[in-house]
Design a protein around this ligand. Structure first.
Ligand code: ADP
Ligand code: MG
Length: 278
């Protein structure tokens, strides 16, 4: 099949990102065993992975394969048992202390008695930022997710999709260059999810954010990602890393193109191989 000029450009851009940009996350034979006091649970085993600046990386795999554990290790919320893990070339602890990442959870976890602006400001308040600056930062990150004008609303006055956008704004408040998102749209209906996917992709295209995104959805992973990491059932290992050659600027219609369907097929095949270990 002949490549279009656009595809050729995207491919070159993709090579540039994956080939030369600085590593943001590097895992080498990363292993994490939960000591449950009963039978130890090996959540991650020998994970080798490099995530470079400006990449949008999705982690996909069956429930329990260690996706959340990997995100939490990057965020310094879990300690690896063996192997090496660096964030921005240093320890995850240093990255946490530097507030180098924002973390978005599956549920928006907003405080109902705080309005939108004050929810977004909360982590900045906790870190002791001056009132004027944190108000300005919060307003700016709300504008980034398209929620200008909603500052005085309370969470219960917003739809689920808008609440999740507030929690993305809250994660952006630190002005991180790494955004960790753990199934952020998993609880939303498909139409809202499509909408937020378009928003997120646009945000990623406008900034030089590096995004690590956990999902169960193959179309979501393929639509958003520059790189898709397919993980195996427990113990979580990396089965395959698929580089996307889709152009970075995408709209939802791309999901009907042969290029999109080919990558989705590759992901599906890799997941299926993983399941054959069962
Ligand atoms: P995923 O996010 O892919 O669904 P998780 O990272 O949450 O997977 O979990 C990976 C494995 O580790 C699962 O088998 C889970 O039961 C186990 N696990 C997760 N957290 C803990 C914990 N705190 N203590 C013991 N086992 C855990
Ligand atoms: Mg999880």
């Amino acid at each position: 099949m002949a490549r279009t000029a656009e595809e050729a450009v995207a491919e070159t851009a993709g090579v540039a990102v994956s080939g030369t940009a600085a590593p943001v996350v590097e895992a080498e034979r990363l292993t994490l065993v939960y000591d449950t006091g009963d039978v130890p649970v090996t959540a991650l085993q020998d994970i080798d992975l490099v995530i470079r600046r400006g990449e949008f990386v999705s982690l996909i795999g069956p429930s329990g394969c260690g996706k959340t554990t990997l995100m939490r290790a990057i965020a310094d919320l879990e300690q690896p048992t063996a192997g090496r893990l660096t964030v921005h070339g240093g320890t995850p602890e240093q990255a946490r202390l530097d507030r180098a990442y924002g973390y978005v959870f599956q549920a928006p976890a907003l405080y109902p008695w705080r309005n939108v602006l004050r929810n977004v400001q909360l982590p900045l308040e906790i870190m002791g930022m001056a009132a004027a600056e944190r108000r300005e930062r919060a307003a700016r990150s709300l504008a980034t997710v398209g929620l200008e004008g909603f500052e005085r609303k309370f969470p219960w006055q917003l739809s689920g999709g808008m609440q999740q956008r507030v929690s993305i704004a809250r994660a952006l408040g630190f002005e991180p260059d790494l955004l960790l998102m753990d199934e952020p749209f998993g609880a939303l209906d498909e139409i809202t999810r499509d909408n937020l996917n378009v928003h997120l992709l646009d945000l990623w295209n406008r900034t030089d954010l590096t995004v690590v995104f956990v999902t169960h959805s193959i179309p979501e992973a393929v639509f958003l990602s520059s790189k898709i990491v397919v993980m195996s059932p427990r113990p979580g290992r990396v089965l395959e890393v698929i580089d996307s050659d889709l152009p970075p600027q995408r709209d939802l219609d791309i999901r009907e193109t042969t290029g999109f369907l080919r990558i989705a097929h590759e992901v599906r095949m890799a997941l299926r191989e993983g399941h054959s270990y069962d």
